[in-house]
Design a protein around this ligand. Sequence first.
Ligand code: SF4
Ligand code: SF4
Length: 380
Amino acid sequence: MKTISDPTLLSEVRRYGRFDVDACYNCGSCAAVCDLAEDSALFPRKCMRYVQMGLREPLLRSLDPWLCYYCGDCAQTCPRQTEPGESMMTLRRWLTAQYDWTGISSRLYTSVAWQLGALAAAAALVAGLLQALVFHWDAPLTHVALNTFAPARAVHTFDLTVATLLTALLGTYVLRMFWLTVYRGGTAQVPLASFIEEAQILVLHGATQKQFLECAEPGRWFESRWIKHFLLVSGYAIMFALVVVFLEWFQTDTVHPFWHPQRLLGYYAAAVLVVFLSEALWGRIMKKEQMHKFTDLSDWAFPVLLWLTAVTGIIVHVSRIGGFPQATYAAYAVHLVVAITMLITVYPFGKWSHVVYRPLAMYFHAVKKNALRRQPQPVG
Ligand code: SF4
Ligand code: SF4
C-alpha cells in the first residue's frame, strides 16, 4: 500500500489535546522504560513518529494508544519533557473520533461549546421525555410511594431503550475499529482460529483490565491504581446492571432489611463510586499525579456525572428511609436526568467508550500476533 504523508495530521491531532512532539529527538527512552511496550507495539514513540511524519493510515491502523494505561513513567524519563503519556491520551481521543462515523465524538472532543451544549440539550431532552412518560408529580405526600411517582416498569423501559440504542450505535463504531485495525490494518490474513484462540484475552481484560496491573510495582498490586480502577469499574458495572437490567427488582416501595442483597449491592456500588470518584476528582484538581496534569474538559464529564449519579442515588435512598416523599421524588427526578444524560453524552462518544475499546484493542493485538505466528516461515 502506498503511504502518503499528510501535513495536516499534526494540527488535527492537536485539536484533541496536548501533543508536544516538536522537541522529541526520537531517542526511544520512552518506549524503553514502558512496561507495556513490546517489539510489536513500540509505544509511545512509534505513534508519535507517525504523527510527526503525517502518516495517517498507519496511525488509524494502530492499536498502540489503547495499550497504554498512562502510568506516566515515560514522562519521567523523557529528556525533552514532551509528555509522551499525554500524547497517547490525545491519540486515544483522536482514535475514538475516527471510529465514530457520525462525527459527534470529534465535535465533543474538540469544542467546549459543543460539549456544554450537548450536555444541556441532552439533559433538557431527557427531562422533557421523563416528565411526559414517567413522572407523576401527584404521587402521595403522606408517605413515600416511589413506584407511583416513577413506576419501575416505565423507568426500566425508558433506560433500557436508551441503553440499547446507544449500544447498537457503539457496536457500529466497534465494527469500524475492527475494519481499520484488523481487516484493513492487518499484516497477515487473520484466520478464524486466531480469533477463537485469543478469545480468553477479551474476556479476561474486559472483566479485569489486567494489563493495568503490569504498571504496578512488583508484588504491590494492593496499592496500585489498578485495584482502585478495578473496584470503581465493579461499582459502576453493578450499578449499570441494577438500573438497566434489574430495575424492577431494585426499585421497590418495600424497604428490605439491611442484609437484603438488593441493599447490600446498592451500598457496595454507591460506596466505591463515591469514594474512588471523589479521589479521582480530587487528584484532577490537585494535579499531583502525572496522568492528571493536563486534564481536558472531556476528562471531567464522565467522573463528575457518575459522581452526581451516585450522590443523588444516595439522597434518594436516605430520603426514602427517612420518609420524606417530596425530597425522594425530587432527588429521584434529578438522579434519572443526570444518569441518562451521562449515558447519552459519554457512553458511545466519550470516555466511557474506553471500557469497550481497550479490551478489544488487547484482543485484536493478540489476534494479529497469533495470525503472524501462523504464517509460513521462509525456509533456509
Ligand atoms: S523519550 Fe522523549 S525525546 Fe525520546 S523518543 Fe520519547 S518522547 Fe521523544
Ligand atoms: S504512560 Fe506508561 S503505559 Fe503509557 S506509554 Fe508511557 S510508560 Fe507506557
